[in-house]
Design a binder for this molecule. Structure first.
Ligand code: ZN
Length: 145
């Protein structure tokens, strides 16, 4: 929508809305624009920039995300990747025996070393109850694919 300030030959000023820039000229040529005060068809545009109202929704951009994360997210992911990489390089993969091995190490039945692996929720709960220390590697986006 475009708003024009118009004035008639008698000097009456008024505002009128048009759907598009060309609409004013079309309506003016067709004699459709009348002064709302005196009905004169001798209308002229006032010398001012028309106010343009943008379409619905243009004022409030939607939060969208596409492709890579923003810098902050990438930074956090980078640290997580580095952390995970460090764990992987400096630990022994014991796979599903993790709970058993962690327990043995904790109770001094196995050589103290850093291990990684996986456990069921039940095993994790038992380790917590027994005070066996372990950490959970945060899942990275690529692991969730
Ligand atoms: Zn008038």
């Amino acid at each position: 929508m475009i708003k024009y300030r118009l004035s008639c030959s008698a000097g009456h000023e008024f505002e009128s809305w048009f759907r598009a820039i060309g609409d004013y000229d079309k309506q003016w040529q067709s004699g459709l624009i009348l002064c709302p005060i005196c009905g004169s068809k001798e209308i002229t545009k006032m010398p001012m920039a028309p106010a343009v109202v943008k379409g619905r929704g243009s004022e409030t951009p939607l939060p969208l995300s596409v492709g890579r994360g923003n810098e902050a997210e990438e930074s956090v992911l980078g640290k997580l990747r580095a952390f995970q990489q460090s764990v992987i390089e400096n630990s022994e993969d014991v796979g599903s025996r993790f709970a058993d091995e962690a327990r043995k190490i904790h109770f001094g039945e196995a050589e103290e070393r850093r291990i990684r692996g996986n456990s069921t929720a039940e095993e994790a709960k038992e380790m917590l109850e027994d005070g066996v220390p372990f950490g959970i590697l945060p899942p990275l986006p690529e692991d969730l694919n």
